[in-house]
Design a protein around this ligand. Structure first.
Ligand code: SAM
Length: 282
C-alpha cells in the first residue's frame, strides 16, 4: 500500500471504498507529507514508543506512526472507516484499530495493557467539533502522559499557549498550563486537508509534567475559581467570584491583600501559580 498523504492516493481510497465525508465527525484528512513529518518529529516518536492515535480517518498518519513507533492503537468512531483502515494498514502488524468513541474509551486500561502503565504519547489530527472536550478529558483523567501532539484550529492552539492578560487567555489556557507545557510547532493552512476546513490549523505539543510546578490541595476548587472568574470576564475578580458563588467579597479581598494584588484586579491577569495560591487562601 502506497502512502496516503497526497491528494491522488487519498482520493483513490475514497473512491474505491465509496466513502463520503461525515461533517458531524469533523473529517478533514491530511494530504501533505511535510505536515505529517512535522507532527511525527514534533512528537519525537521513537522505536520504543507506544502511541495512541485519536481519529485515524483512512490511516494517513497511522502509517507514519506505525513506521516510527513500537506499537500504535488508533481509536476511530466512524464504522465506515473500519474496513478502510483494515485495507490501508494491512502491511503493519504493530497497529490495533479500536472502533470506539474516544470520550468513552478506557484509556488507562490501554496504557496498562500496551505500555505497562508507563507514560504514553498521544498524537492526533483532532476533529474540531470536540477538540476541547477531548483535551480536557485527557488532562483531567491524569493519564500517564509523556506528550500530547495534536492538530487543532489555530485559535485553539493560541488559547492553549496564551499568557495572562492577553485576549486569548482563558480557562483552557490555565487547564493546559497547569497539567502540561504547551509549545506550538507549526501552522498548517487549509490546503493541506481534504476537504479543506474553513479555518487555519496549528500543531501543538503538550508535554506532561512529571513534577508539576504548581501544586494545589484542591484542584476542583481551583478550577471552579478559574471558571467563575472567566465566566464574567468584565467584572473584577472580587465581583466575579461573589457572583459565581465561589467566595464572598470579603474573603477574596483578604486573599488578594495577602497576595499583594490590587482589589480591582481581573481574573484574566492572574497566572496559574496565582490562581493556585488564591484558591488555597480562599
Ligand atoms: N487522522 C486522520 C488524518 O489526519 O487524515 C483524520 C483526522 S480527522 C480531522 C478526525 C478523525 O476523528 C475522523 O476520522 C473522525 O471520524 C474521527 N472522530 C471524530 N470524532 C471521534 C470520536 N469521538 N472518537 C474517535 N474518533 C473520532
Amino acid at each position: 500500500m502506497a502512502y496516503l498523504a497526497n491528494p491522488a492516493e487519498t482520493a483513490g481510497v475514497l473512491v474505491r471504498h465509496d466513502f463520503h465525508f461525515q461533517k458531524k465527525y469533523g473529517q478533514n484528512f491530511l494530504i501533505d507529507p511535510h505536515v505529517l513529518d512535522k507532527i511525527v518529529d514534533g512528537a519525537g516518536i521513537g522505536p520504543q514508543d507506544f502511541v495512541l492515535e485519536i481519529g485515524p480517518g483512512i490511516g494517513t498518519m497511522t502509517q507514519y506512526l506505525a513506521e516510527k513507533a513500537r506499537k500504535v492503537v488508533a481509536v476511530e468512531i466512524d464504522d465506515r472507516l473500519i474496513p478502510i483502515l483494515k485495507d490501508t494498514l494491512s502491511e503493519y502488524d504493530n497497529v490495533r484499530v479500536l472502533h470506539q468513541d474516544i470520550l468513552k474509551t478506557d484509556i488507562p486500561e490501554i496504557v496498562r495493557e500496551e505500555n505497562d502503565g508507563k507514560p504514553i504519547k498521544i498524537v492526533a489530527n483532532l476533529p474540531y467539533y470536540i477538540t476541547t472536550p477531548i483535551l480536557m478529558s485527557l488532562l483531567e483523567q491524569k493519564l500517564p502522559l509523556d506528550s500530547v501532539t495534536v492538530m487543532v484550529q489555530k485559535e485553539v492552539a493560541d488559547r492553549m499557549q496564551a499568557s495572562p492578560g492577553t485576549k486569548e487567555y482563558g480557562a483552557l489556557s490555565l487547564a493546559v498550563q497547569y497539567y502540561t507545557e504547551p509549545c506550538i510547532i507549526a501552522f498548517v493552512p487549509p490546503n493541506c486537508f481534504m476537504p479543506r476546513p474553513k479555518v487555519g490549523s496549528s500543531v501543538i505539543r503538550l508535554t506532561g509534567y512529571t513534577d508539576p510546578p504548581v501544586k494545589v490541595s484542591d484542584e476542583k476548587k481551583m478550577f471552579a475559581t478559574i471558571r467563575a472568574s472567566f465566566n464574567q470576564r468584565r467584572k473584577t475578580l472580587v465581583n466575579a467570584l461573589a457572583g459565581g458563588g465561589v467566595a464572598e467579597k470579603e474573603k477574596t479581598l483578604a486573599a488578594l491583600a495577602v497576595m499583594g494584588l490590587d482589589e480591582k484586579i481581573r481574573g484574566e491577569t492572574l497566572s496559574v501559580e496565582q490562581f493556585a495560591r488564591l484558591s488555597e487562601l480562599l
